[in-house]
Design a protein. Structure first.
Length: 190
């Protein structure tokens, strides 16, 4: 009982931290200004990890790996804690356990990115209906637009209603299901 509660807290905090690190990665990748409430929050919650890592981890093709790598490390630590609490750490081969932790950590990082994208797309759609001129609407739309653009090329607006968020959310659900299957396959290797 307490183990499950502890794991829930660890997984929630790990996902939140990874999500903010991934938001920083995407905002820098898309060249979105950090001079807004969302950008200020992202910088305030991630500078402690990203700024020191930038000294040793260079960027690659304009991508900020110092923001991406900590998200993966956090998720790998969450996987380690989960396996430790469940008693799997002492039973498995150390090398295969390390590979499984890295692999599942990577899948969990991708899962956090997909959930972040789902949230951004939902917020963008809701803001477009309710208040398209809200102060944070520009940032949210800038985060969602690169992912919606390929769908907008294929799916026309019907009666002035943009259905691309629905199509993207459906694709993201399929990807989340595939990630879940991959996760359980990797855990089976431990």
């Amino acid at each position: 009982m307490l183990g499950n509660l502890f794991l829930t807290i660890v997984e929630t905090l790990g996902s939140l931290l990874s999500g903010v690190l991934l938001a920083r990665f995407v905002m820098q990748w898309q060249r979105i200004s950090f001079r807004n409430p969302i950008g200020n929050f992202v910088l305030a919650t991630t500078d402690w990890a990203v700024v020191p890592l930038r000294r040793i981890i260079p960027g690659l093709f304009g991508l900020d790996l110092a923001s991406l790598l900590p998200a993966w490390i956090v998720q790998t630590l969450v996987v380690f804690i989960t396996l430790w609490v469940r008693g799997i750490i002492g039973l498995a081969d150390p090398l295969s356990l390390l590979v499984v932790m890295w692999g599942v950590g990577l899948l969990e990082t991708i899962k956090a990115a997909l959930y972040l994208l789902m949230g951004v797309v939902l917020m963008s759609a809701i803001l477009s209906w309710v208040n398209p001129y809200a102060p944070m609407a520009g940032v949210i739309n800038a985060l969602a637009e690169p992912f919606l653009r390929p769908f907008r090329r294929v799916i026309p607006a019907i009666g002035g209603v943009d259905l691309t968020p629905i199509a993207l959310l459906l694709l993201l659900q399929v990807l989340l299901s595939a990630l879940a299957m991959g996760k359980y396959m990797l855990i089976g290797l431990a």
